[in-house]
Design a protein around this ligand. Structure first.
Ligand SMILES: NC(=O)c1ccc[n+]([C@@H]2O[C@H](COP(=O)([O-])OP(=O)(O)OC[C@H]3O[C@@H](n4cnc5c(N)ncnc54)[C@H](OP(=O)(O)O)[C@@H]3O)[C@@H](O)[C@H]2O)c1
Length: 238
């Protein structure tokens, strides 16, 4: 096990399953302490246990990202209980909605709250702590290939993921001189509960561990460069 991220403390949203769970384990494997946020506390406890077995500290932070007012306290809890915050992984997200002439606007509003507004608020409250940290530092946003191209029936989701890509590039400009990595990762289909029931060949989709590896690639990148956007497509069409 490499310990390249020893001393780093990562706050990971959507860590209860899927891509977020894999990122938590991947960072723990590299020696990074982790704060795990989502709504499903029991699932978070399981992930925390698996991270602790890898020798790091793991904190469970119950958090519903649609409640924006809960975000500052969640960040402060990580700082108080783990002693800081040096990496933010904005991974949590939701899909849904449908064609623009047939979607309940409340579905769009909720998706914008979770996928965009919460990610922006978290970044805002986490950055002052990240700026103070001395270990490897970064803000990694899990966007989507839907942040680079659009598809029928996905207006809400595509809009939120395009917003995440745009925000990420701007945040990079804000903090680049401070040496903080900022990257939007844009995956195609990943084998997680989000894509269940879509008739995909799951052996051909990207695996959650592939995205965890991409996150580490960014955080472990040399001081002189920053991959600011990474598109990951399934090698073979699923
Ligand atoms: N799977 C794909 O093909 C794919 C492709 C490209 C991008 N992505 C993106 O990757 C990210 C992770 O997706 P995934 O595939 O791992 O999805 P997933 O299996 O459905 O997991 C989503 C995660 O987000 C959390 N979450 C959802 N709503 C939340 C809320 N209101 N408050 C707090 N946490 C919330 C969930 O936790 P709780 O339910 O416990 O709260 C869960 O941990 C998302 O941003 C997604 O858009 C996925």
């Amino acid at each position: 096990m490499s310990e390249n991220l020893k001393g780093s403390i990562a706050f990971i949203t959507g860590a209860s399953r899927g891509i977020g769970r894999a990122i938590a384990l991947g960072l723990a494997e590299a020696g990074c302490d982790v704060a795990l946020a989502a709504r499903s506390v029991e699932a978070l406890e399981e992930v925390a246990g698996a991270c602790r077995e890898l020798g790091v500290r793991a904190l469970v932070v119950p958090l519903d990202l649609s409640e924006l007012s809960a975000i500052p306290a969640a960040v402060e809890r990580c700082v108080e209980e783990l002693g800081g915050l040096s990496v933010l992984v904005n991974n949590a997200g939701m899909g849904g909605g449908g064609a623009a002439d047939a979607t309940d606007p409340e579905v769009w509003d909720r998706m914008i709250d979770v996928n965009v507004r919460a990610l922006m608020h978290l970044t805002r409250y986490a950055l002052p702590h990240i700026e103070e940290a001395v270990a490897r530092r970064g803000v990694i946003n899990i966007a989507s290939i839907s942040g680079k191209m659009s598809f029928a029936g996905g207006g809400g989701y595509c809009a939120t993921k395009h917003a995440v890509v745009g925000f990420s590039h701007s945040v990079f400009e804000d903090v680049r001189e401070k040496g903080i990595k900022v990257c939007a990762i844009c995956p195609g289909y990943v084998n997680t509960p989000m894509v269940e029931g879509r008739g995909l060949d799951l052996a051909k989709t990207i695996q959650p561990e592939d995205i965890a590896r991409t996150v580490r690639f960014v955080l472990e990148f040399p001081e002189t460069g920053c991959p600011t956007e990474i598109i990951v497509r399934p090698q073979r069409s699923p």
